[in-house]
Design a protein around this ligand. Structure first.
Ligand code: BT5
Length: 325
């Protein structure tokens, strides 16, 4: 949102104000104030004009200006009703030099997971990608993925969903909370540890010692019926009913913003919310499979597994929970 428009909105959030008052306070013409008020009305803000001047009566339910309004984190929001993939759009913006932009969509027509897997992204979800330029060596970027998983977990918990994190990036609702389809265990299907509520896909560009940009993509099944999702997925709507997406996204952005400046703290917060630590796990990596007890996550995000041959650190892979240790 344009800075003057944001200032008009902030002023009206405090109190009603006349056109001339706003023009004076913001150092712009009355005509400019009028244009910004009209533009805000067009994006769904209800602004009445009465004896006291303009008054802000209602904020739109969702969208870019709605999420920016009252947001306590330095992100501007680019909103799309539908887009191929918010990560793809964020990469374009990153290449153009953008920083701290949150690309948000109601629906993705070509959402992707890790390793080019498909990510179902029907209307009603939270499909969000952050364009970041962190002052970090590339090796520390995995901590941002963990920070995003923590941010989503906290927002989900505030909405009443008992979310936990499966290494490295899956936000799950554990089976005992109604997270898996009940018959799996009886049929001997391996326990995945719960139903997937959200995932994180981080992409980056950089040199050996400096990151140029990072895109952190977050997909949360928010107001999506379970029938529109893969079989082992769940949504906030399925767990607790519809969530106010504007507040949910704001919470994710604010939590992420607090954690990104302190990657060590992000890893510690991840440990506290982990469903993986203390589990016997099978991890598939690019070079093979590993079975053992998940004992820790080491900065910036490696899973430490106690195997029959000793301790191993796994930096990337797919993890399956076998049973509690
Ligand atoms: C992930 O991949 O979990 C990362 C997902 C990131 C999605 C966000 S949405 C905003 C941004 N824009 C994008 O295009 N992507 C990011 P992975 O761990 O590889 O998990 C993918 C697997 O999860 C798939 O193979 C399916 O089995 C399953 N899956 C697909 N859609 C799902 C959904 N909506 N909910 C839960 N599971 C899903």
């Amino acid at each position: 949102m344009n800075d003057t428009r944001r200032a008009v909105l902030r002023a009206l959030a405090d109190d009603a104000a006349t056109g001339p008052e706003l023009a004076d306070d913001l150092g712009v013409s009355r005509n400019a104030v009028w244009k910004h008020v009209e533009a805000l009305r067009e994006s769904g803000f209800e602004i009445s004009s009465g004896d006291d001047g303009y008054a802000l009566d209602a904020v739109p339910e969702y969208g870019g200006p709605a999420v920016e309004f009252g947001l306590d984190a330095p992100f501007s929001v680019e909103y799309h009703d539908a887009v191929g993939s918010t990560n793809e759009r964020a990469r374009e913006l990153a290449a153009e030099g953008a920083v701290d932009v949150a690309v948000l969509a109601d629906e993705q027509t070509g959402g992707t997971g890790r390793l080019d897997r498909e990510w179902s992204s029907p209307s009603g979800g939270v499909w969000l990608s952050l364009v970041l330029r962190p002052d970090l060596p590339p090796a520390h970027v995995p901590a941002l993925t963990l920070a995003a998983a923590v941010a989503v977990t906290d927002a989900a918990r505030e909405a009443g969903v008992p979310a936990e994190i499966k290494w490295p990036n899956d936000v799950l609702v554990p089976a005992e909370s109604g997270g898996t389809h009940g018959d799996d265990a009886a049929e001997g299907v391996p326990e995945r540890g719960g139903a997937k509520l959200a995932g994180v896909l981080t992409e980056m560009e950089g040199e050996a010692d400096r990151v140029s940009w990072v895109v952190v993509g977050v997909g949360v099944n928010a107001n999506v019926p379970a029938s529109a999702l893969p079989a082992d997925a769940t949504s906030v709507a399925e767990q607790v009913g519809q969530v106010e997406r504007r507040a949910f996204v704001q919470r994710v952005l604010e939590r992420f913003d607090a954690l990104r400046s302190d990657p060590e703290a992000a890893v510690a917060a991840w440990r506290d919310r982990s469903a993986t630590l203390g589990q016997r796990v099978r991890v598939e990596t690019a070079t093979g499979e590993l079975v053992g007890d998940a004992v820790d996550v080491a900065f910036p995000g490696a899973l430490v597994v106690e195997t029959d041959d000793g301790r191993e650190r796994v930096h990337a892979g797919d993890c399956e929970h076998l049973r509690p240790v």
